[in-house]
Design a protein around this ligand. Structure first.
Ligand code: 9YW
Length: 423
């Protein structure tokens, strides 16, 4: 299995490599995406630790002056192939932005975790290229941005657009988007529909709101202190990845011989994990999102609410495992881990983050299961990932009931993360 997987995954990652970074998929996503690059580097480290370092270096070098790592770094030659692109964001006119063309939003902070894993794959090469020395201050600035510009009294970072969760059309966002009166109806370009079935993608109504929110944020120079922003939410996976990345930063600081900073990062991780408590929903047996404008918890079971399993010493580990294994996510009985509760009226087998199973979240759950001592379940999940990825040409996501491929094919993080777990 490993040799076949290595050859096939290498082919996909080679095809999607653009010299200094990897696109998520050739047609649908022609730029560099932030959390994709981090996941991709985790797999690339088995093919070429050096290339994995370059992947992360290129993303980190697009960092804004305020510390944010942008959701997308644009290849301006492909501006017409994805919307909204570099022309829409015109980041070069925003004072805080970096020298390259990027989106102003961010994505979940999985980067420090990826940097640590890439370093560990070949510490000698990492030392020779001074990879950690370069990455560490940028990662610290990124986390500082989240703490200083995005964190409110709860201690959790807020997202200002559904895209920032990485789980664009999660049912968490239904009520907050419905409460918004503003939208764009006339000019909603959908180049994505040339590459994927409309029933597998977010709807036009959702895109109208997405574009309105992105345009409004851009028009305010991506200012996070704008209290009137009509969309402000706290997402469990975003914050759990932040806490987990603080732990990775602690390990990186220790490698660099800075024990005082290592202790600080561990303390930060504990504070975020503690703050996550306010998103725990005892009745649902998982974490949920909070709408900061209405103050309401968005009471849905989604895979985002399971991601805190990645945090050691979490009070709710047993309850989360029960939810993962029970009828709502049916671990071991369906393909991978559904993005949404199988029993919910809002569940949809095909539509993006409203049901289909994704490989990045399966990888996060497999890592968590392994670390929590559930090695056989972790291995079974890893085997499912490999077999679905190989059988269906590395799909973006799959139908949890049938395993049928959905979205686009030859998807980079599917290849990278399936390869990572097959080794
Ligand atoms: C889009 C690139 C991105 C991922 C997100 C996923 C999707 C972009 O693709 O968003 O156009 O909808 O939801 O997690 O980073 O792979």
């Amino acid at each position: 299995m490993t040799a076949t997987m290595r050859a096939a995954a290498t082919r996909v990652l080679e095809r999607n490599w653009r010299g200094t970074y990897t696109v998520p998929a050739g047609g649908l996503y022609p730029h560099q995406w932030s959390w994709d690059s981090a996941f991709i580097a985790v797999g690339l480290r088995h093919i070429s630790p050096r290339r994995a370092q370059i992947e992360l270096d290129s993303l980190l070098s697009a960092q804004w002056h305020d510390g944010r790592l942008p959701q997308i770094v644009f290849n301006r030659e492909r501006d017409d192939d994805y919307s909204p692109g570099g022309d829409f964001w015109r980041s070069e006119t925003i004072p805080e932005s970096s020298a390259v063309s990027t989106a102003g939003l961010v994505q979940p902070p999985n980067h420090a975790l990826a940097v640590l894993l890439v370093h560990e794959a070949d510490p000698a090469e990492s030392r020779r290229r001074r990879f950690l020395q370069r990455a560490y201050p940028r990662l610290v600035a990124w986390h500082h941005y989240l703490r200083s510009r995005r964190t409110g009294p709860s201690g959790l970072a807020r997202i200002v657009h559904p895209w920032e969760s990485g789980m664009d059309n999660s049912p968490y966002w239904d009520a907050p988007l419905a409460a918004m009166t503003e939208t764009i109806v006339d000019d909603v370009p959908r180049p994505d529909l040339q590459h994927a079935d409309a029933s597998h993608r977010p709807s036009n109504a959702e895109y109208g709101k997405y574009l309105y929110l992105a345009g409004r944020y851009r028009d305010h120079d991506c200012d996070d202190l704008d209290a009137l922003s009509p969309y402000q939410l706290e997402d469990p996976a975003f914050n759990a990845l932040w806490a987990r990345s603080e732990l990775a930063l602690a390990d990186i600081a220790a490698v660099l011989g800075d024990d005082a900073s290592a202790a600080e990062h561990r303390e930060n991780a504990e504070q975020i994990a503690h703050a996550l408590e306010s998103l725990w929903d005892e009745g649902l047996g998982c974490f949920v999102a909070r709408d900061l404008l209405s103050g309401r918890l968005q009471r849905f079971r989604t895979v985002s609410g399971l991601v805190p399993l990645l945090l050691p010493d979490l009070a709710h580990t047993d309850a989360l495992l029960q939810t993962l294994r029970g009828e709502h996510f049916a671990l071991g009985q369906v393909a991978l881990v559904p993005s949404h509760d199988l029993t919910a009226p809002t569940f949809d087998t095909a539509r993006y983050w409203r049901g289909p199973s994704w490989f990045n979240t399966a990888w996060l759950v497999a890592e968590a299961l392994d670390e929590r001592g559930h090695g056989s379940e972790a291995r079974a999940l890893a085997e499912q990932m490999s077999s679905l990825a190989l059988t269906h040409d590395f799909p973006e996501y799959v139908d949890p009931h049938t395993g049928a491929p959905r979205g686009t094919l030859d998807f980079s993080w599917t290849a990278a993360l399936s390869l990572d777990l097959s080794i």
